[in-house]
Design a protein around this ligand. Structure first.
Ligand code: AP5
Length: 212
């Protein structure tokens, strides 16, 4: 099963991809997480993409496509994967098509102002990747990860000004892919305005219908 979890910044792609990955036992492949890791480790790729992430701009297609090709060739992705944050441009979508056949694109639909609130209130655990929200999904103890006990941090690009820039980039470069996949009959809209569990239930329902 090869799925794309699609949607604007902070729609809940990562949150849902983590839950779906556990339920269906296929890996979450998040370009954002892979790029942030590369930046934190100071790898050659990390040095090339650092300024893009800081400014809320998209990294170059060729680098991102190579990153994806490398990740999905790993043994744990043999039975499928969940792409989270890829593809994000028409060029990436075309490259993905050359690589494989995607089964389904789950498009999370959320109102703009709600997206800003979700992004600005997000806190994450750099150690194990858990994602929280100060209001909608708070950790049990303030700024401490429930799972590993490590300190939570706010992402650099979650400052309001950068969030708005990311939303603009999404509208210009990524949103056109919605019609592209809809015309292919691969895209299903998911109402992302409800709580995390309600959104998850819609996704599971859609995936299970596909599997039948
Ligand atoms: P990336 O990390 O992919 O950022 P994004 O698309 O902006 O998505 P986010 O991680 O912000 O949000 P999300 O949708 O995963 O939401 P989450 O589940 O965390 O990319 C970062 C950067 O990397 C890009 O700007 C770019 O520079 C680069 N990049 C990445 N991919 C690239 C590509 N393919 N090409 C080129 N460049 C690329 O949820 C958000 C918050 O809301 C959390 O606090 C969560 O707890 C809360 N929440 C989630 N669901 C709900 C709900 N239903 N109700 C209430 N709160 C909720």
């Amino acid at each position: 099963m090869k799925l794309v979890i699609f949607g604007p910044p902070s729609a809940g792609k990562g949150t849902q991809a983590q839950k779906l990955s556990q339920k269906y036992n296929i890996p979450q492949v998040s370009t954002g997480d892979l790029l942030r890791k590369a930046v934190a480790e100071g790898t050659p790729l990390g040095k090339k993409v650092k300024s893009y992430l800081e400014q809320g701009k998209l990294g170059p297609d060729n680098l991102i496509v190579e990153l994806i090709k490398d990740r999905v060739s790993k043994p744990d992705a043999r039975n499928g994967y969940l792409l989270d944050g890829f593809p994000r441009t028409m060029g990436q979508a075309k490259e993905l098509e050359k690589m494989t056949d995607i089964d389904l694109v789950l498009n999370i639909v959320v109102d703009m102002e709600m997206l800003v609130e979700r992004a600005v209130g997000r806190r994450g655990c750099p150690k194990d990747g858990s994602v929280y929200h100060i209001k909608f999904n708070p950790p049990k103890k303030d700024m401490v990860c429930d799972k590993c006990g490590g300190p939570l941090v706010q992402r650099e690009d979650d400052k309001e000004e950068t969030v708005r820039k990311r939303l603009q980039v999404y509208q210009e470069q990524t949103a056109p892919l919605i019609e592209y996949y809809r015309k292919k009959g691969k895209l299903v809209d998911i109402d992302g305005s409800g709580g995390i569990d309600a959104v998850f239930a819609q996704m599971v329902n859609t995936i299970d219908k596909l599997k039948k």
